[in-house]
Design a protein around this ligand. Sequence first.
Ligand code: ADP
Length: 301
Amino acid sequence: MSVRVENLTKLYGENKAVDNISFNINSGEVVGFLGPNGAGKSTTMKIITGCIASDSGEVFINGVNIKDDMTSLKKTIGYLPENNPLYLNMYVKEYLEYSAQMYLQKSEVTKAVEAAVEAVGLGEHQFKKIGELSKGYKQRTGIARAMVHNPSILILDEPTTGLDPNQIVEIRNLIKELGKEKTVILSTHIMQEAEAVCNRAIIINKGKIVADNSLSNLESENAGNVISVEFDVEIPLDKIQQISGVKQVKGDGKIFSITTEGDKDIRKDIFDFAVKEGVSVLSMTKNKGTLEKIFRELTTK
Ligand code: ADP
C-alpha cells in the first residue's frame, strides 16, 4: 500500500508545524522520518492517520484521498502514537481484544489477537496487567495494538523512546521483521535507528523536507573527498602530492590522509603509483558520509 502526501501544511497559530511538504512512499518500503525535536514529524503522522486535519494539502492512501474515505482507510493503517498511550489497568490480551473489536468482526478477534501476540513476542506477558509490564513489553503491546487488525501500513512515532539498549535492539529487529510484509513509516531522531531499520530516509527540519533519498544514496552523495591510505614503507610527502587528482596531503611516513580535487575517486591512481614505486598498499578507504553528519548539516541551518 502506498502513501502519498501532497503540499501538506499545518499551522498552530503563527507556527508552521508542517510547511508545504510532499512525498510518496511505495508499497513495502521502510522509511525513516527523521528530524530534530519539533521538526514536524508527529504532526505529519497525525495527519496521515486522520487524527488531526491539515490546513491545506492532501494525503492519499493507495490513491484514495483520506478526506473521502477515512473510516475504511483507517483499517489499512496501524499507528503507534508518540509516548505509546495505553490503558494501564487493562490486561494485555483484554486490551488487544478491545482494540481489535474496533476494526474486526467478533469472530475474527481471537485469531487476530493471537497473531499479534505471536508477531511481537508477547508470549505469557499477554496475561499480565499493562501497568505491570516493563517498558519494552509496554512498547510491544503498543505495536501489537497498532497491528492487531493486520494493516498494510504501519506508522510508528518514535517507537524506541525510553527503552534500554537491549530492548531497543529487540524492537528494531521486530520492526525489521514487520517491514518484510508491511509499508512502515518510522519517526526517529536517532540516526543509528534509521540505519538499522530503514532503506530510505525523509529528513524534515522546521516543517520542511530537506532530504528524501535511499540511505545508500544519501551516504554516497555526501561522501567525503578524503582517502586514507597506508603503505608498507615510508614515502616522502611530496611524492604523494604528485599523484594525479591530489589536492592536499596530510601525514608523513607510511600513513596519509589525501584530499582529492572535487569528488574524484583516485584510488586506482594511488594503486598505480604504488606499483610504479614498488611499494605495497596495506589499506585504503574512501571516507563515507555518515547519516549522522548529513543529518547535522541539514538540520542545524
Ligand atoms: P516532532 O514530532 O518532529 O518533534 P511535532 O510535530 O510534535 O514535532 O511539532 C512540530 C511543531 O508544532 C513544534 O513547534 C511544536 O511545538 C508544535 N506543536 C505540535 N503540536 C502542537 C499543538 N497541539 N499545539 C501547538 N503547537 C503544537
